[in-house]
Design a protein around this ligand. Structure first.
Ligand code: HEC
Ligand code: HEC
Length: 346
Protein backbone atom coordinates (compact mmCIF):
# COMPACT_ATOMS: atom_id res chain seq x y z
CA UNK A 1 0.00 0.00 0.00
CA UNK A 2 2.74 2.39 1.09
CA UNK A 3 4.69 1.52 -2.00
CA UNK A 4 1.83 2.40 -4.33
CA UNK A 5 1.43 5.81 -2.70
CA UNK A 6 5.11 6.49 -3.11
CA UNK A 7 4.96 5.52 -6.76
CA UNK A 8 2.07 7.81 -7.43
CA UNK A 9 3.91 10.73 -5.87
CA UNK A 10 6.96 10.02 -7.97
CA UNK A 11 4.89 9.88 -11.12
CA UNK A 12 3.21 13.18 -10.34
CA UNK A 13 6.58 14.76 -9.63
CA UNK A 14 8.05 13.35 -12.82
CA UNK A 15 5.09 14.61 -14.83
CA UNK A 16 5.56 18.10 -13.38
CA UNK A 17 9.28 18.03 -14.14
CA UNK A 18 8.62 16.92 -17.72
CA UNK A 19 5.99 19.60 -18.24
CA UNK A 20 8.26 22.26 -16.76
CA UNK A 21 11.21 21.35 -18.94
CA UNK A 22 8.93 21.21 -22.00
CA UNK A 23 7.69 24.77 -21.45
CA UNK A 24 11.03 26.10 -20.26
CA UNK A 25 13.11 24.82 -23.13
CA UNK A 26 10.71 24.64 -26.03
CA UNK A 27 10.72 27.87 -28.01
CA UNK A 28 7.32 29.46 -27.67
CA UNK A 29 5.55 29.34 -31.03
CA UNK A 30 3.59 32.46 -31.93
CA UNK A 31 1.13 32.36 -34.80
CA UNK A 32 -0.75 34.83 -36.96
CA UNK A 33 -4.24 33.67 -37.81
CA UNK A 34 -5.46 33.54 -41.39
CA UNK A 35 -9.14 34.41 -41.15
CA UNK A 36 -11.86 33.95 -43.74
CA UNK A 37 -14.56 36.58 -43.22
CA UNK A 38 -18.18 35.44 -42.91
CA UNK A 39 -20.03 35.07 -46.21
CA UNK A 40 -16.79 35.04 -48.19
CA UNK A 41 -16.03 32.25 -50.65
CA UNK A 42 -13.54 29.58 -49.64
CA UNK A 43 -9.97 30.61 -50.40
CA UNK A 44 -8.16 28.73 -53.16
CA UNK A 45 -5.15 28.25 -50.90
CA UNK A 46 -4.56 28.84 -47.24
CA UNK A 47 -1.76 28.13 -44.81
CA UNK A 48 -1.94 24.79 -42.96
CA UNK A 49 -4.34 25.02 -39.98
CA UNK A 50 -5.14 28.59 -41.09
CA UNK A 51 -2.21 30.04 -39.26
CA UNK A 52 1.32 31.17 -40.02
CA UNK A 53 4.20 30.92 -37.63
CA UNK A 54 5.46 34.42 -36.93
CA UNK A 55 9.07 33.45 -37.69
CA UNK A 56 8.04 32.13 -41.11
CA UNK A 57 6.02 35.28 -41.81
CA UNK A 58 8.92 37.54 -40.76
CA UNK A 59 11.34 35.56 -42.90
CA UNK A 60 8.97 35.89 -45.89
CA UNK A 61 8.69 39.61 -45.24
CA UNK A 62 12.47 40.01 -44.99
CA UNK A 63 12.90 38.19 -48.31
CA UNK A 64 10.13 40.26 -49.93
CA UNK A 65 12.03 43.40 -48.99
CA UNK A 66 15.54 42.16 -49.76
CA UNK A 67 17.23 43.05 -53.09
CA UNK A 68 19.37 39.91 -52.64
CA UNK A 69 16.79 38.14 -54.84
CA UNK A 70 17.88 40.22 -57.87
CA UNK A 71 21.00 39.64 -59.94
CA UNK A 72 22.83 42.82 -58.92
CA UNK A 73 21.22 43.14 -55.46
CA UNK A 74 19.34 46.29 -56.47
CA UNK A 75 15.66 45.30 -56.77
CA UNK A 76 13.41 43.70 -54.19
CA UNK A 77 9.80 42.55 -54.52
CA UNK A 78 8.92 45.66 -52.52
CA UNK A 79 10.55 47.90 -55.16
CA UNK A 80 7.47 47.25 -57.30
CA UNK A 81 4.98 46.33 -54.55
CA UNK A 82 4.82 49.04 -51.85
CA UNK A 83 2.60 48.57 -48.83
CA UNK A 84 1.05 52.06 -48.63
CA UNK A 85 -0.33 51.70 -52.14
CA UNK A 86 -1.83 48.26 -51.46
CA UNK A 87 1.46 46.75 -52.68
CA UNK A 88 1.35 48.22 -56.14
CA UNK A 89 3.83 50.76 -57.57
CA UNK A 90 2.24 54.21 -57.48
CA UNK A 91 3.01 56.57 -60.38
CA UNK A 92 4.52 53.80 -62.50
CA UNK A 93 2.37 52.82 -65.47
CA UNK A 94 4.52 49.79 -66.24
CA UNK A 95 7.00 48.15 -63.92
CA UNK A 96 10.58 49.34 -63.62
CA UNK A 97 13.05 46.59 -62.89
CA UNK A 98 16.76 45.91 -62.87
CA UNK A 99 19.20 48.26 -64.76
CA UNK A 100 16.30 50.73 -65.18
CA UNK A 101 14.61 48.35 -67.63
CA UNK A 102 10.91 48.77 -68.20
CA UNK A 103 8.43 45.92 -68.30
CA UNK A 104 5.22 45.94 -70.29
CA UNK A 105 2.72 45.66 -67.48
CA UNK A 106 1.47 47.52 -64.46
CA UNK A 107 2.45 46.09 -61.12
CA UNK A 108 -0.81 44.80 -59.60
CA UNK A 109 -1.95 45.44 -56.06
CA UNK A 110 -1.30 42.45 -53.79
CA UNK A 111 -3.96 41.40 -51.31
CA UNK A 112 -6.48 38.59 -50.87
CA UNK A 113 -4.14 36.49 -53.00
CA UNK A 114 -5.35 33.39 -51.16
CA UNK A 115 -8.60 33.75 -53.12
CA UNK A 116 -6.92 34.30 -56.51
CA UNK A 117 -7.74 31.57 -58.99
CA UNK A 118 -5.37 33.07 -61.55
CA UNK A 119 -2.21 35.06 -61.11
CA UNK A 120 -0.74 37.74 -63.38
CA UNK A 121 -2.77 39.84 -65.82
CA UNK A 122 -2.97 36.90 -68.22
CA UNK A 123 -3.28 34.14 -65.61
CA UNK A 124 -0.09 32.41 -66.70
CA UNK A 125 0.97 31.54 -63.15
CA UNK A 126 -1.09 28.91 -61.40
CA UNK A 127 0.04 28.85 -57.81
CA UNK A 128 0.90 31.56 -55.35
CA UNK A 129 3.77 29.50 -54.00
CA UNK A 130 5.50 29.16 -57.38
CA UNK A 131 4.80 32.76 -58.47
CA UNK A 132 8.09 34.33 -57.21
CA UNK A 133 10.12 32.29 -59.75
CA UNK A 134 8.62 34.61 -62.35
CA UNK A 135 9.87 38.01 -61.13
CA UNK A 136 13.13 36.52 -59.80
CA UNK A 137 14.07 35.11 -63.22
CA UNK A 138 12.36 37.74 -65.42
CA UNK A 139 15.17 39.53 -67.34
CA UNK A 140 13.52 42.95 -66.95
CA UNK A 141 12.56 42.50 -63.29
CA UNK A 142 15.16 40.76 -61.08
CA UNK A 143 17.13 38.86 -63.79
CA UNK A 144 18.48 36.20 -61.42
CA UNK A 145 18.81 32.47 -61.71
CA UNK A 146 17.10 30.47 -58.96
CA UNK A 147 20.29 28.53 -58.23
CA UNK A 148 22.28 31.77 -57.87
CA UNK A 149 19.75 33.18 -55.41
CA UNK A 150 19.82 29.97 -53.36
CA UNK A 151 23.61 30.08 -53.34
CA UNK A 152 23.65 33.71 -52.18
CA UNK A 153 21.20 32.90 -49.40
CA UNK A 154 23.28 29.90 -48.32
CA UNK A 155 26.30 32.20 -48.06
CA UNK A 156 24.50 34.37 -45.55
CA UNK A 157 24.90 33.30 -41.92
CA UNK A 158 21.84 35.37 -40.99
CA UNK A 159 19.62 33.67 -43.55
CA UNK A 160 20.96 30.22 -42.67
CA UNK A 161 19.93 30.88 -39.07
CA UNK A 162 16.51 32.32 -39.97
CA UNK A 163 15.70 29.45 -42.36
CA UNK A 164 16.90 26.96 -39.76
CA UNK A 165 14.53 28.48 -37.19
CA UNK A 166 11.59 27.84 -39.47
CA UNK A 167 12.48 24.71 -41.43
CA UNK A 168 15.04 23.10 -39.05
CA UNK A 169 17.38 22.65 -41.98
CA UNK A 170 20.63 24.55 -42.40
CA UNK A 171 20.76 23.98 -46.17
CA UNK A 172 18.45 26.54 -47.80
CA UNK A 173 16.53 25.19 -50.81
CA UNK A 174 14.32 26.74 -53.48
CA UNK A 175 11.32 25.04 -51.89
CA UNK A 176 12.03 26.76 -48.57
CA UNK A 177 12.51 30.16 -50.24
CA UNK A 178 9.20 29.86 -52.11
CA UNK A 179 7.42 28.63 -49.01
CA UNK A 180 8.67 31.55 -46.91
CA UNK A 181 7.50 34.08 -49.52
CA UNK A 182 4.15 32.27 -49.67
CA UNK A 183 3.70 32.66 -45.91
CA UNK A 184 4.03 36.43 -46.30
CA UNK A 185 1.92 36.73 -49.48
CA UNK A 186 -0.95 34.65 -48.15
CA UNK A 187 -1.30 36.85 -45.06
CA UNK A 188 -1.94 39.99 -47.14
CA UNK A 189 -5.65 39.95 -46.38
CA UNK A 190 -7.70 43.11 -46.80
CA UNK A 191 -11.17 42.96 -45.26
CA UNK A 192 -11.51 46.11 -43.15
CA UNK A 193 -12.75 48.90 -45.35
CA UNK A 194 -15.72 51.12 -44.47
CA UNK A 195 -17.76 48.94 -46.85
CA UNK A 196 -16.81 45.86 -44.78
CA UNK A 197 -17.77 47.54 -41.49
CA UNK A 198 -21.18 48.27 -42.98
CA UNK A 199 -21.56 44.68 -44.20
CA UNK A 200 -20.79 43.53 -40.66
CA UNK A 201 -23.42 45.92 -39.25
CA UNK A 202 -20.88 47.65 -37.06
CA UNK A 203 -22.41 50.34 -34.92
CA UNK A 204 -22.21 53.93 -36.07
CA UNK A 205 -20.91 53.19 -39.58
CA UNK A 206 -23.14 54.15 -42.47
CA UNK A 207 -22.85 55.03 -46.13
CA UNK A 208 -23.43 58.69 -46.96
CA UNK A 209 -26.20 59.37 -49.50
CA UNK A 210 -23.57 59.93 -52.16
CA UNK A 211 -21.87 56.58 -51.39
CA UNK A 212 -25.21 54.81 -51.36
CA UNK A 213 -26.12 56.17 -54.78
CA UNK A 214 -22.66 55.15 -55.98
CA UNK A 215 -23.25 51.63 -54.63
CA UNK A 216 -26.38 51.34 -56.80
CA UNK A 217 -24.52 52.58 -59.89
CA UNK A 218 -21.76 50.05 -59.17
CA UNK A 219 -24.30 47.21 -58.86
CA UNK A 220 -25.86 48.13 -62.17
CA UNK A 221 -22.71 48.72 -64.22
CA UNK A 222 -19.70 47.14 -62.58
CA UNK A 223 -20.78 44.19 -60.41
CA UNK A 224 -21.10 41.76 -63.35
CA UNK A 225 -17.31 41.60 -63.53
CA UNK A 226 -16.30 43.05 -60.15
CA UNK A 227 -18.81 41.32 -57.80
CA UNK A 228 -18.84 41.48 -53.99
CA UNK A 229 -17.24 40.54 -51.70
CA UNK A 230 -13.91 40.16 -53.57
CA UNK A 231 -14.88 42.79 -56.16
CA UNK A 232 -13.60 40.55 -58.94
CA UNK A 233 -15.24 37.60 -60.68
CA UNK A 234 -11.76 36.02 -60.83
CA UNK A 235 -12.17 35.64 -64.54
CA UNK A 236 -10.76 37.21 -67.69
CA UNK A 237 -12.73 39.83 -69.56
CA UNK A 238 -12.33 42.40 -72.29
CA UNK A 239 -13.50 45.71 -70.88
CA UNK A 240 -13.32 47.59 -74.15
CA UNK A 241 -9.93 49.27 -73.86
CA UNK A 242 -8.51 50.55 -77.16
CA UNK A 243 -5.50 48.41 -78.19
CA UNK A 244 -2.09 49.85 -77.32
CA UNK A 245 -0.16 49.51 -80.56
CA UNK A 246 3.19 50.18 -78.88
CA UNK A 247 2.91 47.47 -76.21
CA UNK A 248 1.01 44.96 -78.41
CA UNK A 249 -0.26 43.01 -75.43
CA UNK A 250 -2.84 40.39 -76.42
CA UNK A 251 -3.44 39.30 -72.82
CA UNK A 252 -4.89 35.88 -72.14
CA UNK A 253 -4.65 34.81 -75.82
CA UNK A 254 -0.86 34.62 -75.57
CA UNK A 255 -1.28 31.85 -72.96
CA UNK A 256 -4.21 29.87 -74.37
CA UNK A 257 -3.47 30.46 -78.06
CA UNK A 258 -7.19 31.10 -78.64
CA UNK A 259 -8.08 34.18 -80.63
CA UNK A 260 -11.31 34.44 -78.61
CA UNK A 261 -9.10 35.29 -75.62
CA UNK A 262 -7.52 38.27 -77.41
CA UNK A 263 -7.39 41.36 -75.19
CA UNK A 264 -8.87 39.45 -72.27
CA UNK A 265 -7.17 40.35 -69.01
CA UNK A 266 -7.65 39.25 -65.43
CA UNK A 267 -10.36 41.27 -63.69
CA UNK A 268 -8.61 43.11 -60.83
CA UNK A 269 -10.34 43.69 -57.50
CA UNK A 270 -11.81 47.13 -56.84
CA UNK A 271 -10.79 46.95 -53.18
CA UNK A 272 -8.24 49.66 -52.29
CA UNK A 273 -8.60 51.02 -55.79
CA UNK A 274 -8.46 54.63 -54.52
CA UNK A 275 -4.79 54.10 -53.58
CA UNK A 276 -3.61 51.73 -56.29
CA UNK A 277 -3.30 54.05 -59.32
CA UNK A 278 -2.32 53.89 -62.12
CA UNK A 279 -4.93 51.54 -63.52
CA UNK A 280 -5.33 48.69 -66.03
CA UNK A 281 -2.77 46.11 -67.19
CA UNK A 282 -0.65 48.86 -68.75
CA UNK A 283 -1.34 51.57 -66.18
CA UNK A 284 -2.87 53.81 -68.84
CA UNK A 285 -5.20 55.69 -66.49
CA UNK A 286 -3.92 57.65 -63.54
CA UNK A 287 -7.23 58.77 -62.00
CA UNK A 288 -10.38 56.93 -61.06
CA UNK A 289 -12.42 59.49 -62.91
CA UNK A 290 -10.53 58.60 -66.11
CA UNK A 291 -11.39 54.94 -65.56
CA UNK A 292 -15.05 55.80 -65.12
CA UNK A 293 -14.99 58.00 -68.22
CA UNK A 294 -13.57 55.04 -70.13
CA UNK A 295 -16.52 52.88 -69.10
CA UNK A 296 -18.97 55.70 -69.72
CA UNK A 297 -17.87 56.86 -73.16
CA UNK A 298 -14.51 55.32 -74.12
CA UNK A 299 -15.13 51.60 -74.64
CA UNK A 300 -14.50 50.36 -78.14
CA UNK A 301 -17.26 48.61 -80.07
CA UNK A 302 -16.04 45.23 -81.18
CA UNK A 303 -17.39 41.70 -80.98
CA UNK A 304 -14.40 40.83 -78.76
CA UNK A 305 -15.67 43.05 -75.95
CA UNK A 306 -17.28 41.12 -73.08
CA UNK A 307 -21.07 40.80 -73.21
CA UNK A 308 -21.11 41.71 -69.52
CA UNK A 309 -20.10 45.26 -70.34
CA UNK A 310 -22.91 47.81 -70.37
CA UNK A 311 -21.99 49.81 -73.46
CA UNK A 312 -24.48 52.52 -72.76
CA UNK A 313 -24.00 53.58 -69.16
CA UNK A 314 -24.98 57.22 -69.64
CA UNK A 315 -23.56 58.33 -66.33
CA UNK A 316 -24.24 61.95 -65.37
CA UNK A 317 -21.51 64.05 -63.73
CA UNK A 318 -23.26 63.43 -60.38
CA UNK A 319 -23.35 59.64 -61.04
CA UNK A 320 -19.61 59.65 -61.67
CA UNK A 321 -18.93 61.51 -58.43
CA UNK A 322 -21.18 59.13 -56.53
CA UNK A 323 -19.42 56.13 -58.03
CA UNK A 324 -16.01 57.47 -56.96
CA UNK A 325 -17.43 58.09 -53.47
CA UNK A 326 -18.53 54.45 -53.28
CA UNK A 327 -15.18 53.17 -54.59
CA UNK A 328 -13.49 55.21 -51.84
CA UNK A 329 -15.38 53.16 -49.21
CA UNK A 330 -13.37 50.13 -50.37
CA UNK A 331 -10.12 51.56 -48.99
CA UNK A 332 -8.86 49.50 -46.07
CA UNK A 333 -6.63 51.76 -43.98
CA UNK A 334 -6.13 49.08 -41.34
CA UNK A 335 -4.51 46.98 -44.06
CA UNK A 336 -2.51 49.79 -45.68
CA UNK A 337 -1.04 50.95 -42.39
CA UNK A 338 -0.75 47.56 -40.70
CA UNK A 339 2.67 47.67 -39.02
CA UNK A 340 3.16 43.95 -39.36
CA UNK A 341 3.57 44.35 -43.13
CA UNK A 342 6.23 47.04 -42.79
CA UNK A 343 9.73 46.10 -43.74
CA UNK A 344 11.32 47.77 -40.72
CA UNK A 345 9.10 46.07 -38.13
CA UNK A 346 10.56 42.64 -37.40
C1 HEC B 1 10.09 45.04 -61.51
C2 HEC B 1 8.84 45.05 -60.79
C3 HEC B 1 8.43 43.82 -60.02
C4 HEC B 1 9.17 43.09 -59.11
C5 HEC B 1 10.60 43.28 -58.70
C6 HEC B 1 8.26 42.09 -58.59
N1 HEC B 1 7.02 42.22 -59.14
FE1 HEC B 1 5.39 41.14 -58.69
N2 HEC B 1 4.46 41.86 -60.31
C7 HEC B 1 4.96 42.85 -61.14
C8 HEC B 1 4.15 42.93 -62.36
C9 HEC B 1 4.35 43.88 -63.53
C10 HEC B 1 3.19 41.92 -62.24
C11 HEC B 1 2.16 41.54 -63.30
C12 HEC B 1 2.89 40.68 -64.30
C13 HEC B 1 2.08 40.21 -65.48
O1 HEC B 1 0.87 40.21 -65.45
O2 HEC B 1 2.71 39.80 -66.47
C14 HEC B 1 3.39 41.28 -60.93
C15 HEC B 1 2.59 40.28 -60.40
C16 HEC B 1 2.74 39.74 -59.14
C17 HEC B 1 1.81 38.83 -58.49
C18 HEC B 1 0.48 38.36 -59.06
C19 HEC B 1 -0.64 39.20 -58.52
C20 HEC B 1 -1.96 38.94 -59.16
O3 HEC B 1 -2.97 39.36 -58.57
O4 HEC B 1 -2.06 38.34 -60.25
C21 HEC B 1 2.35 38.49 -57.27
C22 HEC B 1 1.76 37.57 -56.22
C23 HEC B 1 3.63 39.18 -57.18
N3 HEC B 1 3.81 39.94 -58.33
C24 HEC B 1 4.52 39.04 -56.13
C25 HEC B 1 5.86 39.40 -56.26
C26 HEC B 1 6.93 38.88 -55.43
C27 HEC B 1 6.76 37.90 -54.28
C28 HEC B 1 8.09 39.45 -55.88
C29 HEC B 1 9.49 39.20 -55.40
C30 HEC B 1 9.98 37.84 -55.50
C31 HEC B 1 7.73 40.34 -56.97
N4 HEC B 1 6.38 40.27 -57.18
C32 HEC B 1 8.63 41.15 -57.65
C33 HEC B 1 6.05 43.65 -60.87
C34 HEC B 1 7.08 43.24 -60.05
C1 HEC C 1 -16.95 43.32 -68.69
C2 HEC C 1 -16.39 43.22 -67.38
C3 HEC C 1 -16.15 44.52 -66.62
C4 HEC C 1 -17.09 45.47 -66.24
C5 HEC C 1 -18.57 45.44 -66.46
C6 HEC C 1 -16.34 46.45 -65.49
N1 HEC C 1 -15.03 46.12 -65.45
FE1 HEC C 1 -13.57 47.16 -64.54
N2 HEC C 1 -12.17 45.88 -65.28
C7 HEC C 1 -12.43 44.77 -66.05
C8 HEC C 1 -11.20 44.24 -66.57
C9 HEC C 1 -11.03 43.03 -67.47
C10 HEC C 1 -10.18 45.08 -66.09
C11 HEC C 1 -8.69 44.95 -66.42
C12 HEC C 1 -8.54 45.39 -67.84
C13 HEC C 1 -7.14 45.56 -68.33
O1 HEC C 1 -6.27 45.94 -67.57
O2 HEC C 1 -6.92 45.35 -69.53
C14 HEC C 1 -10.83 46.09 -65.27
C15 HEC C 1 -10.17 47.08 -64.60
C16 HEC C 1 -10.78 48.02 -63.80
C17 HEC C 1 -10.07 48.97 -62.97
C18 HEC C 1 -8.54 49.05 -62.82
C19 HEC C 1 -8.10 48.39 -61.53
C20 HEC C 1 -6.63 48.23 -61.43
O3 HEC C 1 -6.17 47.80 -60.37
O4 HEC C 1 -5.88 48.53 -62.37
C21 HEC C 1 -10.99 49.73 -62.34
C22 HEC C 1 -10.74 50.86 -61.36
C23 HEC C 1 -12.29 49.28 -62.79
N3 HEC C 1 -12.12 48.22 -63.67
C24 HEC C 1 -13.48 49.81 -62.38
C25 HEC C 1 -14.69 49.46 -62.92
C26 HEC C 1 -15.91 50.20 -62.69
C27 HEC C 1 -16.02 51.42 -61.80
C28 HEC C 1 -16.88 49.60 -63.43
C29 HEC C 1 -18.30 50.04 -63.60
C30 HEC C 1 -18.50 51.37 -64.11
C31 HEC C 1 -16.26 48.47 -64.11
N4 HEC C 1 -14.93 48.42 -63.79
C32 HEC C 1 -16.93 47.58 -64.94
C33 HEC C 1 -13.66 44.27 -66.33
C34 HEC C 1 -14.87 44.95 -66.14
Amino acid sequence: MKNVKFNKKVYVLLAFAAAWSFFAFKKREVYLNFEVPKHWPKPVVHPPHNRVNIDAFSLGKKLFNDPILSKDNSISCASCHLNFSAFTHGDHAVSHGIYGLKGTRNSPALFNLAWSKNLMWDGRVETLESQPINPITNPVEMASKMEDVIEKLNHSAIYRKLFYNVYTDSQITQKMLLNALFQFDVMLVSTNSKYDSIQRNEQGVQFTNEELRGYEIYKKNCAACHPEPLFTNQGFENNGLPFDTALKDYGRAAITGKSSDSFYFKVPSLRNVAVSAPYMHDGRFSKLKDVIEHYNTGTIHSNKVSAKLNKNMQLTPQDKKDLVAFLNTLTDKAFLYDVKFRAEVQ
